[in-house]
Design a protein around this ligand. Structure first.
Ligand code: PGA
Length: 249
C-alpha cells in the first residue's frame, strides 16, 4: 500500500513573517492523514524546521546544487539543506527546466547528489502543451524519467523513498487541471517505464504525485485514480484553508 503524500511548493512567495503565520495555520489544521511535506523558500527552511518540530509534517527544499561546495555564488548544497533539517528536495521542476535551463543530465546529477546525502528527491516530469498536441506526452515523460534516474539503483530509490511528480506544464498555475483520466494515463505510463527500467515491485512501490492546478474541489477525483498517490501543490498551498482542503480530500 502506497501512502498518499501531499507536498506544498511555496515557490518564491511569502516573507518570513507571512510564512511563519501560514505554517502555524497549517499546523493547527493538520491532525493525521497523508504524509505532508512543506517546501518553503531557502530563507524560511530553518525557522520552518523549528515550527514543525514534534509534528508529522516534513520539510522540503525547492532546488539544490549538484555540487558539494565551492565557488558557486547563489547555490545551496545538499549538506546545507541537511544541516537545517531538510529531508526532501524538489528536483527538475518545470520552472527550473524552462526558466533556468536545467537539463535531464543536470537533474540526474542532482538526484544522485540528493540520494548520496540522504535527501529524498521529488523528481518532477511533465510535457509542454506543444508536446501534448504533437502526441509526444508519453515519449517526453518517459525520457525525463529514464534520464533523470540514469545510473541509480532500485535499492537507492527504495531506501531514499524517492517520489516522482507528474506535472503537465500546461496545467501549472494556469487553472487548467489535467482531467483525472489524462493524469491517470500518464501515471500508468510512468509505472510501465519504471517496470521496464527496474521491475514491477519498484514500479508499484514508488509514489507518483500529480501537480498542476490542484485545488480542494478537484483533488478528490484525482486521488481516486489508481496510480495517483497525492499532489504537488503550488498556488493552493499558499492558503492554509485550501491546502487543508486538499489534505482532507
Ligand atoms: P500550481 O503549481 O498548483 O500552482 O499549478 C504546481 C507546481 O508547480 O508544483
Amino acid at each position: 500500500m502506497r501512502r498518499y503524500v501531499i507536498a506544498g511548493n511555496w515557490k518564491m512567495n511569502k516573507t518570513l513573517e507571512e510564512g511563519h503565520s501560514l505554517i502555524q495555520d497549517i499546523k493547527n489544521m493538520y491532525t493525521t492523514g497523508p504524509d505532508i511535506i512543506i517546501c518553503p523558500p531557502f530563507t524560511h527552511l530553518e525557522s520552518t524546521a523549528k515550527a514543525i518540530k514534534g509534528t508529522a509534517i516534513k520539510l522540503g527544499a525547492q532546488n539544490m546544487s549538484e555540487h558539494n561546495s565551492g565557488a558557486l555564488t547563489g547555490e545551496i548544497s545538499a549538506d546545507m539543506l541537511v544541516s537545517v533539517g531538510v529531508q526532501y528536495v524538489i528536483l527538475g521542476h518545470s520552472e527550473r527546466r524552462a526558466i533556468f535551463h536545467e537539463t535531464n543530465t543536470t537533474i540526474n546529477l542532482k538526484v544522485k547528489q540528493a540520494i548520496a546525502h540522504d535527501l529524498s528527491p521529488i523528481l518532477c516530469v511533465g510535457e509542454t502543451l506543444e508536446q501534448r498536441v504533437a502526441n509526444d506526452t508519453f515519449s517526453c515523460v518517459e525520457a525525463q524519467v529514464k534520464e533523470g534516474l540514469l545510473g541509480i539503483s532500485k535499492e537507492s530509490l527504495l531506501d531514499q523513498n524517492v517520489i516522482l511528480a507528474y506535472e503537465p506544464v500546461w496545467a501549472i498555475g494556469t487553472g487548467k487541471v489535467a482531467s483525472p483520466q489524462q493524469a491517470q494515463a500518464v501515471h500508468a505510463h510512468i509505472r510501465r517505464t519504471l517496470t521496464d527500467l527496474y521491475d514491477s515491485d519498484l514500479a508499484q512501490t514508488l509514489r507518483i504525485q500529480y501537480g498542476g492546478s490542484v485545488k480542494p474541489d478537484n483533488a478528490k477525483e484525482l486521488f481516486g485514480q489508481t496510480d495517483i498517490d497525492g499532489a504537488l501543490v503550488g498556488g493552493a498551498c499558499l492558503d492554509a484553508l485550501s491546502f487543508a482542503g486538499i489534505i482532507n480530500a
